[in-house]
Write a protein that binds this ligand. Structure first.
Ligand code: GLU
Length: 503
């Protein structure tokens, strides 16, 4: 995989649409180790073509999380470089130019089909047991018809042409040759009607212009590979070496999801894991097996890196392994002074303590009350919480309490900005949807969040604890009360929507 004359260049191309995901860190680590091992470079590119969902906060959080893990990149939006800009939203003119070239060369075409027409097409194909795909209607338009439609201002997208027959061979480093029948490949939209590119066009154009030699990405992109290879062919460019990496999995082997496991790097940092333990943990998925000691360093991962060590079976994200490793780092790699230093970095610093000082001051009579009032700021789950405790003195019945936690969880997940106004609005909307008094519901939240029936101001405490720890504590409470089924979640969310629309 390395016998190419070009210097090795890999990339990590996150979409800034949420919290920094452990899967992004895992893929970044692989790209980093591979590049470093071969004296090459890692680039960071922000794929923010989904303008509605991309946010600068998410971009910053992703960069911070990767830096926290000790990764760095030779080029990227924060460090610049000769192939910039490194944010796709700043590269529109480049994509337009390339899309026009594809059309001029007869490899792409304008499609004026409406959403209704496409949905009907889909239904008909499904009814005929055919794979749903674009049927090529607009391919038969003449130049005159197209000009006419453009003159009338009818919106269009641009689609790529796909050969009618034949197969596309995708050579994947881990899987060997994979064949795709062109007949099953859709005429992918390259440019949306708003003039912005789709992932496929932007990704291929950028990988080429940025000199990427090796694309190592999640296996969910395998089915896109034939389209990408065809685009390379249409442009007359040499494609990169492709490696599709197995996904991280929940314990039940389903794709890692935040319903079953915390997936945000920010969570692991807040929960008090060390970055080197996290890197080590992710490194276990790419390390040659059979070595006795699983404790390793970033440098050893680089030296030992061989993509063939990665097992296609997928990698179960077993947090008990992470706990075990983290404990070892805590005990074996630092003396008491070093340990204290890490605790300071984690929480015993002004940035974390000042809001806590603010919250406790009004509820305290002597300084020795501090431990009891604030212990929960230094915990992950409230250990020792029981069902009995969670129900003690709560006026809501058990069903209402489960509904309250579930509805808070789903609204917390959807909050764009995590701040006190959002927390406040979430809890008020929840009480309104369940038709219970906010005061009665608050007790249930005090118990789940702090383990006590009262304490520091709750909304401030929740805001300060952050979304990830809140998710964990509410999930813990739901485990004690009995987790909600999918059906229940759906029905309860409908209650909330109804109540919100009644206003
Ligand atoms: N923006 C894509 C993602 O976040 C990148 C996929 C790729 O590496 O090509 O998954």
């Amino acid at each position: 995989m390395t016998d190419t004359a070009r210097p090795i260049r890999t990339r990590i191309a996150p979409s800034p649409t949420g919290d920094p995901h452990v899967g992004t860190a895992y893929i970044a680590l692989i790209n980093y180790c591979f590049a470093k091992k071969h004296g090459g470079e890692l680039l960071l590119r922000i794929e923010d073509t989904d303008q509605a969902r991309s946010t600068p906060q998410s971009e910053k959080a992703i960069l911070d999380a990767l830096k926290w893990l000790g990764l760095d990149w030779a080029e990227g939006p924060d460090v610049g470089g000769p192939h910039g800009p490194y944010r796709q939203s700043e590269r529109s003119a480049i994509y337009t130019e390339h899309c026009e070239k594809l059309m001029a060369d007869g490899h792409a075409f304008k499609c004026y089909c409406t959403a209704e027409k496409l949905s009907q097409m889909r239904k008909d194909q499904i009814a005929r047991k055919k794979p749903p795909r674009y049927d090529g209607t607009c391919l038969s338009l003449t130049d005159v018809e197209r000009s006419e439609l453009d003159l009338q201002g009818v919106p269009h997208v641009v689609r790529m042409k796909i050969p009618e027959s034949g197969t596309c061979e995708v050579q994947d480093t881990l899987r060997g040759k994979i064949e795709f029948e062109y007949a099953a490949v859709d005429m992918q939209v390259l440019m949306k009607s708003d003039g912005l590119p789709t992932y496929h066009l932007a990704n291929v154009v950028d990988d080429h212009l940025m000199g990427i030699t090796h694309v190592m990405r999640g296996e969910e992109w395998i089915s896109s590979a034939p389209k990408h290879l065809l685009l390379y062919q249409y442009f007359g460019w040499e494609p990169p070496v492709l490696t599709h990496l197995p996904l991280l999995l929940n314990a039940d082997k389903s794709k890692l999801s935040k319903r079953k496991n915390p997936t945000s790097i920010l969570y692991y940092r807040r929960a008090g894991y060390l970055s080197e333990a996290m890197v080590n943990f992710l490194g276990l998925f790419i390390k040659s097996s059979g070595e006795e000691d699983e404790k390793t360093t970033l440098q050893a991962l680089i030296d030992d890196f061989d993509v063939q060590h990665i097992s296609l079976g997928g990698s179960v994200f077993d947090t008990s392994k992470l706990d075990w490793l983290n404990g070892r780092y805590m005990r074996e790699d630092m003396d008491a002074a070093g340990f204290l230093e890490r605790v300071r970095e984690w929480a015993l610093n002004d940035a974390y303590m000042m809001p806590i000082a603010d919250m406790t001051q009004s509820r305290i009579t002597k300084m020795s009350d501090l431990g009891g009032l604030t212990a929960m700021f230094f915990m992950n789950r409230i250990e020792g919480l029981t069902l009995e405790r969670l129900r003690s003195g709560v006026k809501l019945d058990e069903l209402q309490q489960r509904q309250a936690y579930t509805l808070a969880l789903s609204q917390f997940d959807a909050l764009l900005d995590w701040d006190k106004d959002g927390v406040d609005a979430t809890l008020r909307a929840t009480a309104a949807a369940l038709d219970v008094k906010l005061k009665d519901m608050i007790r249930a939240f005090y118990l789940a969040v702090t383990g006590e029936a009262q304490g520091v101001p709750l909304f401030d405490a929740i805001t300060h604890l952050g979304r990830d720890i809140m998710r964990e504590r509410l999930r813990h409470a739901m485990e004690l009360l009995g987790p909600a089924t999918k059906k229940e979640v759906k029905a309860w969310e409908a209650l909330l929507r109804e109540s919100k629309s009644e206003g």
